[in-house]
Design a protein around this ligand. Structure first.
Ligand code: IDP
Ligand code: MG
Length: 137
């Protein structure tokens, strides 16, 4: 058990659909704390760095195009075991596999528009927070 910080994004589909409040509400009700929050449109360079692990995947270009297409909400969220805990609240990557009760399970239908991003490990969180909020965490 440890207090962790993690990068959470409400992706452009979530912002467009008016689900920012819904996502934040679920995180807050669970007991996590907002440490930083900003609406911004990502530049291609930041998006490519953020999703660098997927550079060789067939969906990489589509992913970068989508994440840079419209504003998203970037957050630093903290709490006990926040990285794994929020991954659980998000649900599986493909909304078809995401459990009912999870964000993706309740609110999304397609993998390319699955509303949220959450860092997948403490080391990823550190890297991603430095990319989105340099020098702050
Ligand atoms: P994660 O967001 O659950 O960590 P990753 O495997 O890291 O999932 O993939 C990053 C994002 O890329 C996913 O959230 C999803 O939006 C998109 N993605 C993943 N796999 C596919 C795919 O097979 N086709 C289209 N988009 C995908
Ligand atoms: Mg991931």
């Amino acid at each position: 058990m440890a207090i962790e910080q993690t990068l959470i994004l409400v992706k452009p589909d979530g912002v467009r659909r008016g689900l920012v409040g819904e996502v934040i509400s679920r995180l807050e009700r669970k007991g996590y704390t907002l440490e930083a929050l900003e609406l911004r449109t990502l530049d291609v360079e930041t998006a490519e760095a953020h999703y660098g692990e997927h550079v060789d995947k067939p969906f990489f270009r589509e992913l970068v195009d989508f994440i840079t297409s419209a504003p998203l909400v970037a957050m630093c969220v903290s709490g006990e075991d926040a990285v794994a805990g929020i991954r659980g609240l998000m649900g599986a990557t493909n909304p078809i596999d995401a459990a009912p009760g999870s964000i993706r399970g309740d609110l999304a239908t397609v993998i390319g528009e699955n509303i949220v991003h959450g860092s997948d490990a403490p080391a990823s969180a550190e890297r991603e927070l430095e990319l989105f909020f340099p020098g702050r965490f």
